[in-house]
Write a protein that binds this ligand. Structure first.
Ligand code: KG4
Ligand code: ZN
Length: 338
């Protein structure tokens, strides 16, 4: 697969000031963006509607208002141009971003593969077999890993999304400074839980009376919606840098412990890490050094966070297999992959 263009319309400026995604604003922004984004994508690719072989669309999971905008547009386009429609699961898109990229670089992913999908909405472990069949091995019982990054950043007065800012600040702190207990899962040991860790960070910040520095960071954010690393460092004392480093270290340990255990269990021949959190530098470094029993594949930064190329990548094998949808395809907020 070759990517001819991949246009991402970021809504960070819209949601950033609220410290999270506001569903009503998200669907309105989707509606505003969809026509110009498609036009720009075709323009950059040097193609037109006449060159298209099929249209792929995200069927879920996600915010239903946003999904419906894409779904309605895709159906209208397919109807008007008599094009085949392909419905794609968002999570499968994250997995295929990595598979397509590896193939392009001539590094084939071998099956069975373990897939760890870590984003703002998901923390899931799947077994992926040849032919792209999926089996769920474990998932979060409460917050997703990305959500934990976002919530911790918000409660400490940092910007949204929290992952990238914590990622940049963590190397300035000591990851061993604060010892958080790892989650112990009753039932399925491959499930995750991050809400306890988030609460532990909150309790630590209350015990150490961070109110004044949090107020300083919030003031900075009001003046400057996207502070530089130096600006953040100027309003973040060492103890808080240590806290951030320790928090990130704990999340990485939770992810890698279960990824390693899953890979063992299914005798994985490769591991695919994907989703927004897979762009975390600490995770990438730890995964390359960690004791995973197989090679680990990461997406390039552009394909790690949500994008259209990953949906096309997941759709391509479906098109080849003739797995087409019809105009009754539904947008499903809670669509599952397995
Ligand atoms: O996959 P994605 O773009 O959207 C969802 O499907 O959720 O992931 C966004 C999530 C956010 O929670 C964000 O904080 C997190 O991924 N994220 C990161 C990093 N970059 C994005 N988390 C940790 N480190 C990063 N560098
Ligand atoms: Zn995503």
């Amino acid at each position: 697969m070759r990517v001819l263009s991949s246009i991402v319309a970021s809504q960070l400026d819209t949601h950033g000031r609220y410290g999270g995604v506001v569903p009503e604003l998200a669907s309105r922004e989707h509606l505003r963006a969809i026509v110009p984004v498609v036009r720009l994508a075709l323009e950059e690719a040097g193609t037109g509607f006449d060159d298209l072989a099929a249209v792929a669309v995200t069927a879920g999971p996600g915010l239903v208002g946003s999904l419906l905008v894409g779904m309605t547009y895709a159906k209208a386009l397919c109807f008007a141009r008599r094009l085949p429609l392909i419905g794609v699961n968002h999570i499968e898109g994250h997995i295929h971003a990595v598979i397509a990229e590896a193939a392009r670089e001539g590094r084939a992913i071998e099956f069975p593969a373990l897939a760890l999908v870590v984003s703002g909405g998901h923390t899931h472990l799947f077994e992926v077999s040849a032919g792209f069949a999926y089996r769920l091995l474990g998932k979060t019982r409460d917050d997703a890993a990305g959500e934990a990054f976002d919530k911790v950043a918000k409660l400490l007065g940092f910007s949204y999304p929290g992952g990238p800012v914590i990622d940049r600040l963590a190397p300035h702190g000591d990851p061993e400074a604060v010892r958080f207990t790892l989650a112990r899962m009753k039932g399925n040991p491959l499930d995750f839980s991050f809400s306890g860790l988030k609460t532990a960070v909150l309790r630590w910040s209350e015990r150490h009376d961070l109110a004044a520095e949090i107020a300083r960071r919030r003031a900075l954010l009001r003046e400057q919606p996207r502070p530089s690393l130096e600006q953040w460092l100027a309003v973040t004392p060492q103890r808080t840098l240590d806290l951030l480093a320790s928090f990130q270290h704990t999340v990485i340990e939770e992810l890698l412990r279960r990824a390693a255990a899953s890979a063992e269990e299914i005798a994985a021949r490769s591991a695919i890490f994907s989703g927004g959190v897979a762009s975390n530098a600490g995770l990438r470094k730890a995964a390359s050094e960690a004791s995973l029993p197989c090679p680990v594949f990461f997406p390039s930064p552009a394909l790690a966070t949500d994008n259209a190329a990953m949906i096309a990548a997941a759709a391509f094998p479906k098109l080849e297999r003739g797995e087409l949808a019809d105009l009754a395809l539904a947008a499903q907020a809670n669509l599952t992959l397995a």
